[in-house]
Design a protein around this ligand. Structure first.
Ligand code: 9MR
Length: 452
């Protein structure tokens, strides 16, 4: 041991040596400096690069070494879920989640909260509740957990995976859904009240491209924005494999949500595979986010392949020993080569014709896919205030309405009409309100409007 030099002196000498080495390097390196970690590179684009973290792995030095070096955002993989945070009704347990949050704070990393309200990973007592008791328990849970972490969460997955798979584009059946269709907006309002600074996200899977499910989520977000329900972001889980590859319209789908006035985030990225194919897919995912101004960041769902919930698919950026895979290099290169485009123009919303007379007009924005559609109808008052309204339209033969929101429907096929509900009947002169409906077959392109 060197007893002649104090630790400080040794540090100074080491720093001087590093400086000298760097100075030497300057004379030979002419290329612009590229960031050497995922987090640092994402930060240069005003974004984060995060990972799901399991608290019990933090004592594994390989794991935590990569975590601290590479990532500037974390998502507790299971520790903030309902079963973990409220195992007994009214008694909260935050130990493991707090550990992850404390480490993130120490490293200057953001935290994505995951997830306040979800049909899965509910504690047994909640699974056995229904109706008002479940609704109240859910609101209390959202309020308590969001309050505990107030000011420490960048984005909360307020509601997770509430839409059904398959072609319906509607809600998933669950005990929460059976408490009433408004459970999602109730959860968002409770989260906003508890932590006004956190971004509030809706998060789901199989919504990464445009399809029936993402159209359903899109219609919900559009509706929330129109009615002032507090929603700030949409999370796209992005679990990809051979059966469910990164969709060709990934970027376009992120962009159409961003155009609704919300941030978008890639929240649980993993791509099964290996080698160049996997690397290329990671690069595409990164580039898609960089190309969408409101894409705030990317989170991969684990660090090493062995940490993955589907480890056999080797879907992550580091191998089981913690070595960087080709997918890592491709992701980092895409971050370093990517550039943030100038801010995109505001969304093009179809402006209804200027109101004339004292009636109202109705215009339809249609999301049509094979076999189904979501129609968003804008009702605009004419020169006088509306006290109520009815929109009428005709569906083509074989088409029908399956559900609607913000309106009372009458009929489901042929001639169908939609009248205001209690809270949206009054529309000031020249102002608008929106309602929507979903259906099978082909959606309509025009509607009439009658004032009351
Ligand atoms: O990765 C999580 C795994 O450890 C859990 O066993 C599983 C239980 O539901 O949840 C996994 O994370 C899921 C996430 O919370 C929501 N989207 C799907 C993720 C993968 O299943």
């Amino acid at each position: 041991m060197d007893t002649t030099r104090s630790p400080r002196r040794r540090r100074v000498l080491a720093a001087a040596a590093a400086l000298a080495a760097a100075a030497g390097a300057v004379t030979v390196a002419s290329a612009a400096e590229a960031a050497t970690t995922l987090g640092a590179s994402a930060a240069e684009h005003g974004r984060y690069f995060g990972t799901a973290v399991a608290a019990y792995k933090l004592s594994d030095s390989t794991y935590s070494g990569i975590l601290d070096r590479e990532f500037n955002s974390v998502t507790p993989e299971n520790e903030m879920k309902w079963d973990a945070t409220e195992p007994t009704q009214g008694s909260f347990s935050y130990g493991s989640a707090d550990q992850i949050v404390a480490r993130a704070k120490a490293n200057g990393a953001k935290v994505r909260g995951h997830a306040l309200a979800w049909h899965s990973q509910q504690p047994g007592w909640a699974q056995n509740l229904s109706g008002t008791a479940l609704r109240n328990a859910m609101v209390n849970h959202v309020t308590q957990v969001a309050t505990h972490y107030k000011g420490q969460i960048d984005s909360w997955d307020v509601v997770n995976e509430a839409f059904a798979d398959g072609g319906s584009g509607g809600r998933r059946d669950s005990n929460l859904q059976r408490t009433g269709n408004d459970w999602i907006e109730v959860a968002f309002r409770a989260a906003r009240a508890a932590d006004p600074a956190a971004k509030l996200c809706y998060n789901d899977y199989n919504t990464d491209g445009q399809n029936a499910k993402s159209n359903g989520v899109y219609a919900m977000v559009q509706d929330f924005k129109a009615r002032g329900v507090p929603i700030d972001c949409v999370g796209f889980q992005s679990h990809f494999n051979a059966n469910s590859p990164l969709p060709a319209d990934y970027q376009a789908n992120l962009q159409r949500f961003a155009d609704l006035g919300v941030d978008v985030q890639i929240t649980e990225l993993d791509i099964e595979g290996s080698g160049t194919a996997q690397a290329n897919s990671y690069a595409s995912a990164v580039r898609a986010c960089l190309a969408v101004t409101r894409c705030n960041g990317i989170t991969v769902w684990g660090i090493r392949d062995s940490d993955s919930w589907r480890a056999s698919g080797t879907p992550l950026l580091f191998d089981g020993s913690g070595n960087k895979k080709p997918a890592y290099t491709a992701a980092l290169d895409a971050l370093n080569g990517g550039s943030t485009p100038p801010s995109t123009p505001p969304p093009s919303t179809s402006t209804p014709p200027p109101p004339t007379g004292s009636g109202c007009t109705a215009t339809i924005a249609l999301n049509q896919w094979t076999g189904g559609f979501v129609a968003t109808v804008k009702v605009t008052a004419g020169a006088s205030r509306l006290a109520g309204w009815t929109a009428g339209l005709t569906l083509s033969s074989g088409s029908s309405v399956t559900n609607s929101w913000n309106a009372q429907s009458s009929g489901s096929s042929g001639a169908v009409s939609f009248s205001n509900v209690a809270y949206n009947g009054s529309v000031n002169a020249g102002a608008s309100t929106e309602f929507g409906f979903q259906g099978t077959g082909t959606g309509p392109s025009s509607a009439t409007c009658t004032a009351r």
